[in-house]
Design a protein. Sequence first.
Length: 154
Amino acid sequence: MRRAKKSYSYYSPASALADVKAIYEELSQRPIERHCTLKTECCHFLQTGKTPFLTRGEALLAAQALGNTGRKELPKRIDGACKLLHPRTNRCMIYQDRPFGCRTHFCQAAGGPYARKEVVDLIHRLEEIDRKLEGQGSQELHTAIEEVLKEQRH
Ligand code: SF4
C-alpha cells in the first residue's frame, strides 16, 4: 500500500531559514567534543573524496549567505575544492551559515565525524524542512546551492 503524501500548509523560505539556523544553533550546544580549527582540509573534496550533501533548507541558507557576500553565482574553481572556499584567504565564505555536513562530517582534525546517533534527530528535522519546501532530498553541495541560485536569477 502506498503511503499518502503528507500535505503541509504554506511554509515560507523565511521560516525555513529560521528553522535551519535553530538546528545549527542546537548542534553547537550539544556536548560533543569537536573543535574546528579552520584548517579547511575537509573543503578539498578531491583530496578527501567526500562532499557534503545539503537538504533544501540548508541550500537556501547557504545561497543567502553567499548573496550577502555580494555574489550571485558560485565562483569557479578548477582544483576540485569547495567553491565557497575563498580563493585568496582560503576561508569559507559562509562559515557562520555553513551546512550541517560541514559541521559534522569527516574532518579528522576536528575530532572525526559525529556518530549518527548523536545528531540523527537534527538530521530528521532538516529532512522534514526539505519535505515542507518540496525539496528533492539531500543533494551534493554545489548542485544544491546552484539550483537555488538559478531559481533566484529567474
Ligand atoms: S561550505 Fe564552507 S566549510 Fe563547507 S566545504 Fe565549503 S568552504 Fe568548507
